[in-house]
Structure formats: structure tokens, C-alpha cells
Design a protein around this ligand. Sequence first.
Ligand code: XMP
Length: 518
Amino acid sequence: PVLVVDFGAQYAQLIARRVREARIYSEVIPHTATVEEIRDKDPVALILSGGPASVYADGAPALDPAVLELGLPVFGICYGFQSMAGALGGEVAHTGNREYGRTEVGVSGGVLHAGLPATHPVWMSHGDAVTSAPEGFTVTASSAGAPVAAFECVDRRMAGVQYHPEVLHSPHGQQVLTRFLTEIAGLQPTWTASNIAEQLVEAVRDQIGEGRAICGLSGGVDSAVAAALVQRAIGDRLTCVFVDHGLLRAGEREQVENDFVAATGARLITLDDSEIYLGHLAGVSDPETKRKIIGREFIRSFERAVTQALELQESGDGVDASVDFLVQGTLYPDVVESGGGAGTANIKSHHNVGGLPDDIEFSLVEPLRLLFKDEVRAVGRELGLPEAIVGRHPFPGPGLAIRIVGAVDKDRLETLRAADAIAREEMTAAGLDASVWQCPVVLLADVRSVGVQGDGRTYGHPIVLRPVSSEDAMTADWTRVPYETLALISNRITNEVPDVNRVVLDVTSKPPGTIEWE
Ligand code: XMP
């Protein structure tokens, strides 16, 4: 891999993602990794990330100079650029010229910036600056606050930039990063969806051997792709289970039961437990209580599903029933955030299935644990999953229950489901699916307002539209959906959904609002 050495910036994962967008495999490694640990990973290049510290600060994460003597191509970014400059004999100083945000750099020749405009905007965030490049390095960019804003030494396959090429605010950043990888480091872009899928299927086959596995489907993209990979690897020794808790959106169960099964040929058990969940949720309007009830019942449902799966296995192949592996759709960001552990140890820390039966022991299979979301989607397409599944927006495990403000019951669910289906249909028709991260549709079941419809007064409920744009759901902004689309959705919902006489738009970013209302 290309190893991104994480100096504590929030940017390391983003850098890894950008490297993979250049179709080269990349992983994040903490800056505390030793030279031996780095060498053991067999890297093809190193990228030193930015970091919050000043290279002068006490306890600033230090770069072991031996890392630069491994003979590997190295690219430094921001703090990583300064550490690299310092370690190679250049100079770094407190210039007092702090640069933060959009900054113009002027470029002069070199390989990194070839083909770019002589001046162009980049995203800066630094107080210290490199004032003189190491011997043998050519300075190829500068800005008002950074006399050395980029340098390179093609012979040693090393280069670096003061700015952040990984963020979208550096419009040419991806190109610069790609030029480092392909022109200076000489790497080939081979990390493609079909290669990824092939490697993952192979790895699952190795891990599971002759064992058997079970996979809970949520209707979402991660569990679907994970299941499809495992299905491809071990065929009918995988059983998929799907719990219908009655809190799903229109068409979601059918999508799993028909489309997913048709695309993969997987064996599926569906549990229709909606009555159970509705029973426990009756009269409950506190959001956390709703979540707890659903979480608890989900474990029970999953237990029943596992029992059924075992019986099915037994009658299917006549072998003593046992299921050895549990498939989870854990993604790379979760792995990095939880410290990047080895992965089979702690089942409870992964909450994709909402917890697991205590008395059943599984080893985990997490075929997606090295992938980012966009790669998961690409692999899903490669495996022939329908667009409606691989392109699906995130949807919370507790489902529509946390999109009804107030107590949950059948009628309210029906109302919300109808409104949600209309909003989704019109957003898709307007071509907005790719630019919207997700659009919760919320029913304010405890609120009524006066309206007029036909020739009478109405006293109905409002529906809230919550379209958001985001990169990772940690922060989000409300999406500026075209007025025409909003008008269409509003007209259709108020005309077609009984009991709803008002549609409102949520124009709150996150923070301070969360994406979901509960
Ligand atoms: P919030 O509301 O915290 O949501 O801004 C962030 C993202 O997480 C999703 N979400 C959940 N997903 N189980 C899930 O699997 C949950 O309980 C849950 N709550 C929120 C939400 O849809 C958004 O994408």
C-alpha cells in the first residue's frame, strides 16, 4: 500500500481516500509506528500527513529520519512537509505569517504542478513555514506566507506541499497528488473495482475455508455488498437473514427479498416481526426509549433468525448444524477510528446488527473493513447488485420510528411511508440522489395546524423535509434543493397523503442540528 502516516490531523483518512481515488491502494498508519512496522507493511510510498502541532511545540509528533532512508517515495503535506524539510536538512521557521483558508500559490515548473495555471488557489492551514528547501530539492511553488510552498527531488522520488491537496478547496489538489503517485513515485493505478472484488472474494474464501456463515441484511448498501461478496466466495454455505421490524420504508423489504436475492442467488430468511415491535413501541414517544426498545428486540429477532438458519442448514445439507462466522459490513473509517485493531476480537463493539446473542459464538468476517463507502458501492456494482441497493442513502437502524416525532403506530407509519415515498421519487426524478447525502422525511405526529383543502377546514400534521449534504455524516449542511422540486414534493404530499396539510423544509446545518430529528 501507499502508507499515510497520520500526524494527528483530521485529514489522514481523507488523504487515503484521495490516493484510492487515484486507483492506488492506501492505508493509514499512526505516526507512532516504528520504522520496522512501516517496513513490515511493505509500502510502495509514504505520505506524511498534516497535523495540528507546530514542529516546534513540546511533544510535537516527531518524524524518525530513518523513515526517509527506506528508499521509498515520500510525499509531505503541511506538517508532514515541514517535518520532512527539517529531517532532510532544510529550514523551518516561525515566520509569523499565518495562512489559513483559501490562498493563491504561484508555481514555477517541476513535475508536481506540470500543466497547472501559473497561479491557482489552494487550501492552507499553517503558522510555521519552510524557509529553505533541503539540498537537492527544487522549490516549485510559493505563496505570500510560504516562501517554499512546494518542493520536489525527482531523483530521490520525494516531494511535498505546504497546502492541503486532499481537500476539495484545493481544486487542483487531486491532480497534484496523482502526479506525485504516478509521475514521481512511478506507481500504476491498479486499484479498480474488479480487482478489489476479486481480491476480497479470495480473502473471504481463505478465511472461511469449509465453514459456514450468517449475515444480517439491513437493506443498506454495506450489508448487501458484504453478503454478496461472501456469497460469491462460499455460495450456499452463507445464510442471509433479514428482520422486518415494521419500521422500514416503502418497498425496502421487497428490495431485499426480490432484487437482492435475484442478483446474488443468496439464501434468505425473512422474519416478519413488525407486530412485536409495534407492540413494544405503543405509546412511547421518548427518542432514547424508542431506540432502546428497538435495539433490545433486534437482538431477540436476530437470535430467532439464527436458530432458523441453523435448522435450515441442517435440513439443507444434513450436516450437524453450526454456523461459525458472522458477516459484518464494517467499513474502513470505523476501523481507523477504533484504532485499527486486528478485527476478530471484539464483536460487541460493532453495532451493525445491534448486538448479538450471548450464547452463540462467531468469528467475524468483515470483507469491507479496508474499504471506503464509494469503493463499497463500486464493488457492489461489480457484483451486479442493482443501483437501487448500491446507491441507497443511509437509513438508520431504528428506521421510521425515529422519524415520527411522537408515539409510533400503524397509521402514522403509513402516513410517513407515503410521504417519504413521494419525496424519494421526486428527488430521484430530479436527478438529486448523487448530490444529496440523505433526506430524512419526518412526521410531526404531535403537532397539528389548520389548513384548507377542497371546501373545508383541515387540522392535519406537518411533514418535514430534511435534505442534507455531507461527506461523512459527522457534519452536514442543508441541501439547496431546487424550488421546483420542493414545490412538486409539497403539492404531491399534501394532495396524496391523508392527514398531512403542510410541508416544511429544515434549513439547519449539523451542528447544531443532527441529521435525524430523534
Ligand atoms: P445524526 O442524526 O446523529 O445521524 O446526525 C448521523 C447519521 O447516522 C444515521 N443514524 C443512525 N444509523 N442507527 C444507524 O444505523 C441509528 O440508530 C442511527 N441514528 C442516526 C443517520 O441517518 C445519519 O446518516
